[in-house]
Design a protein around this ligand. Structure first.
Ligand code: NAG
Length: 514
């Protein structure tokens, strides 16, 4: 207890120093005390025992105790329990838990690497608890299921995602309260609007800074570590939601502005352009086995300085074993019976620019849904309805056949020799294994061209294509060029013609029974 007292004295003194010029001291100090008290209750399951008039000399009533009493009855029993009971019993027969509460003790590292290392946006300069992690001599109470350290995810009325936290804790660390959670907590939106920052809180929003120059690099490091108090559950996957995402368009399919990811065990393609509403799942080694940094990085090329570059990426940390994790190697995962899938940078926009991105190679997976009480046994894909002059399906086509569908993988050269056989849907394709036109039973698996249709000869119309292979999964693949591919002595033996103006795909999907 002596150590606790000393620590609190330090906090109190440093606050008084920092508040020396502040006329509102009389108002702020009780507020500070309340915040400290709330933090303590939430983190350790009991009010700070030495928060007494001994160190707070002003005459106001002990409102910390009042606010504590006003807390939900749900967590009252925990408060009354001795949180250190487990350490005392069976550990040291004499009742002394020597060293266990000291820094460097059993779980002091939790605190030191946890909440207080300035990982919230430092918007609030009045931070009476800063440095707590370096000073507090106690360990977290492992038996207390803290509502603060759980950091449950929440959704604000305007749709933003955040974490539930007491309002004063939220503002203390620079979050923005928006909506409410149970037990009087607020839905706290954590936003990192800068380059070079880090994120360790669930549902952090990474937003573009107000000013961006080019060329430049802008990164966010997502820190996953089971010893962080705010990551109470081990993390095995991240889900990125591109709430907004705009960079410059690719040149002939190659991104000049790039967004890339390192640190995940599945490979995310490099993307650019218009990606509002897209998402990605990133597999990471369980954070229980050690810390992992996942780095999200934009590289902005010189010479494209007039392009708007804005983004708002929500980063959700998904606990190992959760039933909503995406299956392995699924960059995109859809958990509804109907919806829309789009290749990155697809937009319903008229024009001849190439929007199809090079070097895409990823899987799009679907959870098998129940429909009318039955498990869906096929998924059907139909090109989206276009209203704005765009093109719902356009993946590299065969010359002389530009408007038509095509299926892979090779075909006769439609143009004069020198070669008899050329690639068709061999380098760029959407794979729908056993993709069948239910009307005529025609089947193909690699689809490209300018229509979706399994007919071997190609057609100028798209059809609905269904597959019964479960789990439902598509693979999208493009090579590194929209230019011609030449047969060479390095393994490429089937040439392909160059193409331009492809935009990728937008498909309505629908799971069905029979
Ligand atoms: C993060 O938030 C999401 C969504 O709000 C939630 O499903 C997930 O369990 C949270 N992660 C952790 C580690 O609590």
């Amino acid at each position: 207890m002596a150590k606790l007292g000393l620590f609190l004295l330090i906090v109190a003194l440093s606050n008084q120093t920092s508040l020396a010029c502040n006329d509102n001291k009389a108002e702020q100090l009780p507020g500070t005390r309340r915040e400290l008290n709330d933090y303590w209750v939430d983190s350790y399951g009991f009010p700070p025992p030495s928060l007494t008039p001994l160190y707070y000399h002003e005459a106001s009533p002990p409102e910390a105790a009042i606010s504590y009493q006003g807390r939900s009855s749900l967590n009252q029993p925990n408060h009354k329990a001795n949180p250190f009971k487990n350490y005392f019993i069976n550990k040291n027969a004499d009742g002394k838990a020597s060293g266990r509460f000291a820094l460097g003790g059993l779980r002091a590292s939790l605190i030191n690497t946890g909440l207080f290392n300035n990982r919230f946006t430092p918007a609030n300069t009045f931070r009476p608890l800063q440095g707590l992690g370096n000073k507090t001599p106690v360990a977290l109470n492992p038996n207390f299921d803290s509502l603060l350290t759980t950091f449950d995810g929440c959704t604000a009325p305007n749709g933003e995602s955040g974490i539930c936290a007491p309002g004063n804790i939220c503002s203390l660390f620079g979050g923005r309260p928006s909506g409410s959670c149970i037990l009087g907590k607020v839905c706290c939106i954590n936003v990192v609007p800068s380059c070079g920052g880090t994120a360790s809180l669930n549902n952090t929003h990474w937003q573009s800074p107000a000013v961006l120059s080019a060329p430049s690099t802008c990164t966010l490091t997502v820190k996953l570590d089971a010893t962080f108090v705010e990551q109470k559950k081990p993390i095995c996957q991240l889900r990125l939601d591109f709430i907004s995402f705009t960079t410059s368009q690719p040149t002939a399919g190659t991104c000049t502005d790039t967004f890339q990811i390192s640190g995940s065990t599945n490979t995310a393609p490099i993307i650019c352009g218009d990606n509002n509403g897209q998402h990605m799942y990133l597999d990471v080694p369980s954070s229980l086995n050690g810390p992992t940094n996942v780095r999200l990085m934009f590289n902005f090329a010189a010479g494209t300085g007039n392009s708007p570059r804005t983004w708002n990426i929500k980063i959700a940390m998904l606990p190992c074993g959760a039933n909503y994790l995406a299956p392995r190697d699924c960059l995109q995962y859809f958990t509804s019976a109907t919806g829309i899938i789009r290749s990155f940078n697809w937009r319903d926009i008229a024009g001849v620019a190439t929007r199809q991105l090079n070097n895409q190679n990823y899987n799009i997976c679907f959870r098998t849904e129940e429909i009318d009480g039955q498990i869906a046994n096929r998924i059907c894909l139909t090109p989206c309805t276009i209203t704005n002059g765009g093109d719902a399906f356009s993946i590299t086509s065969l010359p002389g056949n530009l408007a038509n569908s095509a299926v892979g993988t090779t075909g006769p050269n439609p143009l004069p020799p020198p070669v008899a056989t050329v690639a068709v849907c061999l380098y760029d394709f959407l794979l729908i294994a056993q993709g069948t036109n239910p009307i005529n039973g025609l089947v193909a698996d690699r689809f490209c061209g300018n229509q979706l249709n399994p007919i071997p000869a190609g057609a100028a119309v798209s059809v609905t294509v269904c597959t019964r292979i479960r789990p439902f999964k598509l693979t999208y693949q493009t090579d590194n060029t929209e230019g011609a591919v030449f047969a060479n002595n390095q393994g490429i033996i089937i040439p392909a013609f160059g193409d331009a103006g492809n935009v990728g795909f937008c498909l309505d999907f629908q799971q069905r029974i029979n």
